[in-house]
Write a protein that binds this ligand. Structure first.
Ligand code: ARG
Length: 462
């Protein structure tokens, strides 16, 4: 019967319009394994407090076994009249255990503390899965870096040639934000592991149930939450998760944007593997970076999920309000999007082929070694302000004559400034420039090798 969890004080059942609006089984059904886990733990707490006999607990436990089997086999499904997964599963329990026993389970709990707990369990599981997928992506980036230890490329700021860097250094720059995302997931999981179960509707339980037992049974190491109102009304843990998934999406998107540009004819830095690119239905020659584009596109969607959730929370009075039912679809969607995007993105990165010849050719162009000239002058005792000026003069001199920085003759160098002796030529090379940037975190090969080792070690330790 519709409204089965709360029909008592109502003379009529819910209208079909209300049911259609309030129903959440179409998306919260996937919480069923967590709902049953919560119910099993709650049954133990009821038994420990004397509300269920040992025999009843055993019967209830086997009723849950049968219910889970019936769900897995598709024999038990949500019905039109089930408001949410919790109502549906209580109906299912009563089918298995009878209403005398099944009807005892709800004592001392509310859907408010239930749902607040279940969403944490769901997010903790998927947080681990996402972390695992992020690690695979980091590994793919690290392997590409390791495969190109000494290949130079044009480093850019403002998308303009800036200074030459190692391709491996640039690639690894995309891995560190992902490492921080892993750290965020780890830090978040500590907060997410507090247990709302036992908070009841909002005020706590009067039945002397042990919420620590429930938390333990559910593997929620943070133990019961200290405030029952907060426990049922807060969703900051959900919003924080949505932020982390957005940040992962944004980090993929920035990498994606580069891959898209790199794969253009004009750049020609990379070739996408056929298995990780798409064609056109009309233009036979096309090879499109759709995975990267979907990463860029989906990151907008992930941000939208976070923004929508924050908007739902803003201005909500304590404690539980039905608005909170709107917390789930956005994060479920963020999880689903990342779980399908990350493996494809990892495959694309792992199978990129870099045109290292072209990268090397472009590395010194655009006067990207001008800073090296200025720093060489500083090493000769010239103040940087003057060195910057002289190097700038040399750039202008070359630009006017269509030369690159290493091309002027000794006489031409001297005509720009007597301080520019032939020795400067030694630093005006891509390899020399890169090798000289050997401070911590710099692009010198030795430092990048160190970086790669430390990345691998940090990811293993997470
Ligand atoms: N389905 C609800 C949710 O997802 C939980 C039910 C609480 N309903 C209520 N009327 N108190 O948040």
């Amino acid at each position: 019967e519709a409204g089965a969890l709360w029909g008592g004080r109502f003379a009529s059942g819910p209208s079909p319009e209300l049911l259609a609006l309030s129903k959440s089984t179409q998306f919260d059904w996937q919480l069923w394994p967590y709902d049953i886990a919560g119910s099993r733990a709650h049954a133990k707490a009821l038994a420990a407090a004397g509300y269920l006999t040992k025999a009843e607990l055993v019967s209830m436990s086997s009723a849950f076994d049968h219910l889970a089997e019936a769900i897995e086999s598709g024999e038990f499904v949500a019905e039109e009249g089930d408001e949410d997964v919790h109502s549906a599963l209580e109906r299912g329990l009563i089918i298995q255990a009878g209403s005398d026993l099944g009807g005892k389970l709800r004592a001392g709990r509310s859907r408010n503390d239930q749902i607040a707990t279940l969403v944490r369990l769901y997010l903790l599981d998927h947080g681990r899965e996402i972390a695992h997928l992020v690690i695979q992506l980091i590994d793919a980036i690290a392997s590409q870096a390791a495969a190109h230890p000494n290949a130079p490329m044009p480093g850019r700021t403002h998308l303009q040639h800036a200074q030459p860097v190692l391709l491996s250094h640039h690639l690894l720059a995309h891995s560190w934000p992902l490492v921080r995302d892993l750290e965020r997931l780890r830090d978040w999981s500590v907060r997410a592991s507090a247990s709302p179960y036992g908070a009841g509707a909002l005020a706590g339980s009067s039945l002397g149930l042990d919420p620590a037992l429930v938390a333990r049974e559910l593997g929620l190491g943070g133990g019961p939450m200290p405030n029952s109102i907060d426990a049922t009304a807060s969703r900051d843990v959900v919003a924080e998760f949505a932020f982390i998934t957005s940040m992962i999406g944004i980090n993929l998107s920035r990498f994606a944007e580069e891959i898209i540009v790199w794969a253009t004819r004009e750049f020609g830095f990379v070739k996408l593997h056929d298995g990780y690119s798409t064609g056109s239905s009309i233009m036979p020659q096309k090879k499109n970076p759709d995975i990267a584009e979907l990463a860029r596109g989906k990151s907008g969607r992930l941000i939208g999920n976070l923004a929508g959730l924050l908007a739902t929370l803003k201005g909500l009075p304590l404690a539980y309000n039905r608005d909170l039912q709107e917390d789930k679809e956005p994060v479920f969607d963020s999880v689903e999007q990342l779980e399908v995007l990350l493996p494809a993105f990892t495959g694309m990165v792992a199978s990129l082929t870099f045109n290292t010849e072209r990268l090397a050719e472009l590395a010194p162009l655009g006067f990207s070694l001008a800073t090296d000239v200025a720093e060489w002058l500083v090493k000769q005792g010239v103040p940087f302000r003057d060195a910057h000026e002289i190097s700038g003069d040399l750039v202008r001199f070359c630009e006017e004559r269509g030369l690159e920085l290493h091309e002027p003759t000794d006489e031409q160098l001297a005509s720009v400034s007597p301080l520019l002796t032939a020795d400067v030529r030694a630093v005006v090379t891509v390899a020399g420039s890169i090798a000289s940037r050997d401070g911590v975190g710099g692009t010198a090969g030795t430092r990048v090798a160190e970086q790669l080792a430390s990345l691998t070690q940090q990811v293993r330790a997470l």
